[in-house]
Design a protein around this ligand. Structure first.
Ligand code: ADP
Ligand code: MG
Length: 356
């Protein structure tokens, strides 16, 4: 059964449409990430599920119950924000219990829920501390604890790691993934960070310009982006894009690049101008002569691998991958191997066609 179902929902602010007829089903126990650039409508869509923004049109079902007209407190969801304001004068235990006390839940039930949440979050030993006595990551866990004690049908997270420093963000990301595995609960998670989306999501929903660009597992979206936008947004370092002229000769298709080199392709597309996309890991630096060469401009040594930013003869920029012990230096002419099974062509509408 799907836990959250959006059917053709839309939203405008002052006549400007920010969500345009979105339909989406989120399965029970699934962790779905809304990924997109700033302003693409991620928070608005999440807040429409939470009841913090009204829904102009369409329907919302949460846990089998029509919910678009319900107040936030009546929807069976709990939200965790980027700015998790904890009450500084209250202990961790009191912070977690606060919302439940407000709805006059029995004390024994509150105690049980706080104990359960503390156990899930591995915070049993910290229950009597004040927020000031906790690290940033522990405070964020208390904020998650406040959501857990509500025992909601779904958790909604809006960029919960954005305020943490880089190292803590990576650790907390792993903790969240473990938490999801332990709880098996439905989670919707908003982020603009594609690495976060790739590591956490069961499925990623990519938003752009008020609409869904693509829905898929992280590897689907990475290997088979549906559009030029998705191809450019997912993956770090980003995909290379080259101008290519497609022609058919003797039943084969040839893409001619700006530097004049030909790449044989297996795609069924009409001849014409396209953009060719290829990820850096599919452009390998090789020691022996190859059909395509480029001049190294910047060499980024990352330890386990090396990114070589180079220019082809016609000035086209390209990033290639080399091993961690790469010997390439700026100014070197390098020979390039294209893995043509990992090529994508984008037509003038930005629609992706993948090499077979
Ligand atoms: N309360 C509001 N009033 C007017 N415009 C808003 C409001 N909230 C969001 N918007 C606009 O809606 C669009 C989507 O915003 P938002 O959902 O916050 O994007 P994201 O979370 O993806 O960065 C943006 O253009 C933003 O300026
Ligand atoms: Mg936002």
């Amino acid at each position: 059964m799907s836990e959250i179902r959006l059917n053709n929902v839309s939203k405008s602010f002052g006549g400007v449409q920010v969500i345009d007829g979105i339909s989406l089903e989120i399965g029970s126990g699934e962790l779905v990430v809304f990924l997109g650039p700033s302003g693409s409508g991620k928070s608005t869509l999440l807040r429409m599920i939470a009841g913090l923004e009204t829904i102009d049109g369409g329907t919302l079902t949460i846990g089998g119950k029509r919910s678009e007209h319900l107040a936030p407190g009546q929807r069976d969801v709990a939200m965790v924000f980027q700015n998790y304001a904890l009450y500084p004068h209250m202990s961790v235990r009191e912070n977690m219990a606060f919302g439940l006390k407000n709805i006059r839940m029995a004390t024994s039930e509150i105690d049980r829920r706080v104990q359960d949440a503390a156990r899930i979050l591995e915070m049993d030993a910290l229950l009597d501390r004040r927020p000031a006595q906790l690290s940033g990551g522990q405070r964020q866990r208390v904020a998650i604890g406040r959501a857990i004690v509500k025992e909601p049908a779904a958790f909604l997270f809006d960029e919960p790691l954005s305020n943490l420093d880089a190292a803590l963000r990576v650790r907390t990301r792993v903790e969240l993934a473990e938490l999801h595995q332990r709880m098996q609960s439905t989670m919707v998670y908003v982020t603009h960070d594609q690495t976060e989306a790739m590591t956490l999501a069961d499925r990623i929903v990519i938003l752009n310009n008020c609409r869904i660009e693509q829905i898929g597992t992280p590897m689907d979206v990475y290997l088979y982006p549906s559009s030029r936008f998705v191809a450019g947004f997912v993956g770090s370092p980003g995909m290379n894009f080259l101008k290519a002229e497609l022609s058919a000769t003797d039943g084969k298709q040839i893409a001619t690049l700006g530097n004049g080199s030909d790449v044989a392709l297996s795609v069924d597309l009409p001849p014409g101008a396209y953009e060719l996309g290829i990820r850096p890991e599919a452009v390998q630096v090789r020691a022996t002569p190859a059909a395509t060469t480029g001049k190294a401009a910047v060499v980024e040594k990352l330890g386990d691998r090396t990114l070589v930013h180079l220019h082809l003869d016609d000035g086209t920029s390209l990033t290639a991958l080399d091993g961690g012990r790469s010997e390439v230096k700026p100014g070197d002419i390098v020979h390039l191997d294209f893995d043509i099974s990992q090529l994508h062509l984008f037509d003038s509408d930005g629609v992706a066609h993948h090499a077979k």
